[in-house]
Design a protein around this ligand. Sequence first.
Ligand SMILES: O=P(O)(O)OC[C@H]1O[C@](O)(COP(=O)(O)O)[C@@H](O)[C@@H]1O
Ligand SMILES: [Mn+2]
Length: 643
Amino acid sequence: MDEQFLDLLAQIYDTEEKVVTEIINLEAISNLPKGTEHFVSDLHGEFQAFQHVLRNGSGTVKEKIKTLFREVWTDQEINDFTALIYYPEEKIQLVKENLCNKQALNRWYRQTIEHMLKLISYASSKYTRSKLRKALPEQFIYIVEELLYKTDSTNNKDPYYEEIYRQVISLGQADNLIIGLAYTTQRLVVDHLHVVGDIYDRGPDPDKIMDTLINYHSVDIQWGNHDVLWIGAYSGSLVCLANIIRICARYDNLDIIENVYGINLRPLLNLAEKYYDDNPAFRPNLQSNLNRSEEEILQITKIHQAIAMIQFKLEIPIIKRRPYFNMSERLLLEHIDFDKTEIKIGEKMYPLVNSCFATVHPQFPEQLLEEEQQVMEKLLFSVQHSEKLARHMNFFMKKGSLYLKYNGNLLFHGCIPLENNGNMKEMQIEDKTYSGRKLLDILEYYLRYAFAHPEVTDDLATDIVWYIWTGECSSLFGKREMTTFERYFIKDKDTYKERKNPYYHLRENEEICRKILQEFEMNPDYGHIINGHTPVKEIRGENPVKANGKLVVIDGGFSKAYQSTTGIAGYTLLYNSFGMQLVAHQKFNSKEDVLCSGTDLLSIKRLVDKELERKLVRETNVGESLLEKISNLKNLLEYHYMK
Ligand SMILES: O=P(O)(O)OC[C@H]1O[C@](O)(COP(=O)(O)O)[C@@H](O)[C@@H]1O
Ligand SMILES: [Mn+2]
């Protein structure tokens, strides 16, 4: 053992007692049951639904309440108490409106605080006191600990405890305490959160999701293709930037760009007004709660066309300078016959509808007009100087990765590119080829490089970020093509098909999943693969649990736009010391619904895997580092204190 390292350690643990206490403490912690992991994916800006799932811990909160109070409470009482834990501020307000006088309210406060303490004591039973303390509302730690750890069997202290309750209420602190305890409960039921990609696009509030995650006690993110698009835009990729604006226009979410991130769209609007008109293919998918005037809709429609055409132009030079991206089929603007308004795709000619090619030079379709160039430069400047976006993208880099090995499971958003025969598919980058884990590592390396060099806009790293969004060998996309152009301009729906990498059907096969786990040096007997990205069409009988339980796909469609295809409103996964459970969520309407009806449209649970023996902290990633620390401390004890 390195003596210098031990000397440093000795500065922190400078007495024998300190070393011994820490060893005992860590040994004890590593023998506790493992904490609950919570997996979500494909949130797509649906903040309300997401925060509901966070608040209810995918059903864990209600389950614990039922276990404790089922025998003594009616369903209505259980629902009321559950709603209080989810949305304490609003529920307290409702209770106040319904109770007739102060005495009744005080009685409710007294009972409710006691019930909450009982729930917290139960929910924290597998944690150390110190961990619980960190989760308690700061200003009430002392009081709550007194009430939680009552040990007086002689009842001598009863009046003392009663006085604490009375004082909290009479000093007007009951609301704050109840609210604080509700959040403590929410925090205790989930130890760690995994977001398996696609926080951004389609829905209205990705920024609120990011803020929630930034403040969350323990989280990691596996980037989705839509997240990478935003990272790309921030890192200087103009084509990624065009894409995020196009998608925001398409889903009537330009507010995110303009108001949330403060990016000025005026120059783009001026350009759009000059060259574009109404066009049915580019009318936005309206958010039902926004009352848009015809004039606003027309403006969005024009912006949508302007930015889509810039996007299609910008793709061309990248495809040409990176032949190994293997995307020459996507040079679509070059295959247009502008006189006949037709396009050749493969061997077939298709008429173009809804065309809006006023800014395209038929011989040089990749050329941006001077005005387009300027608009993009201004947009990029604005994007790279948005403080809020910088905060969100930095958080992505800090907590995110393309894939993650965690407690024996392998998490990634989309796929591991495979050949039809199940071998890892190779991708060439410059003069080398990569596949499997090495491919994901090199893609991530380039993404991080691009992020670190935002001033460079056309190097390989920046181009690769766009490739991760849309390339066939991207583990976040994994389809042969993205047929955005066809869906705008061609009637024949056959052209909309996006051919999926064989992974997406081979993953039904257990052997393939085992092979992938081995590729990542994981134990295929215990590990699982967790994916998002492809909406599971439960409505058509698709099973999210595949390959004999080795793989789970948890994209059930938080995204409202996809709920009619999936038939549900998203899956989440829970992994606690007893095993792994999949939770299917019903459509989330609003928190008002939960508060009024009290019922929670939850969640059918399915067991994915059951641990034969309860899993302990020592068998987890955290446990591994605890054991390493214990070993270091034991060395220190020997080297410093036992000489
Ligand atoms: O339905 P939209 O928003 O037009 O997007 C369709 C596009 O989104 C994609 O499905 C990618 O997004 P997802 O990662 O959410 O699946 C593409 O395959 C497809 O071309
Ligand atoms: Mn995706």
